[in-house]
Write a protein that binds this ligand. Structure first.
Ligand code: FES
Length: 67
């Protein structure tokens, strides 16, 4: 499923970037370009990030919330 239509970024690509260590929207923008265009996808990308980081070490999650 495409999350970022502007840059053709899929849900799977976002999950893979999180698995490689992305902990913030900025990390995902740097890695993939998600939310680098119109920004419409930013809120949903943050939800995906928050959901993906649930259950991971608290320190890692705290970093994502601070960004
Ligand atoms: S849909 Fe992601 S930047 Fe426009």
């Amino acid at each position: 499923m495409f999350v970022c239509v502007c840059n053709g970024i899929t849900h799977r690509q976002i999950e893979e970037a999180i698995d490689r260590g992305a902990t913030s929207l900025e990390d995902l923008t740097d890695a993939l370009g998600v939310a680098a265009g119109c920004g419409t996808c930013a809120a949903f990308t943050r939800q995906l990030l928050s959901h993906a980081l649930e259950g991971r070490p608290a320190a890692q999650h705290a970093v994502s919330l601070a960004a």
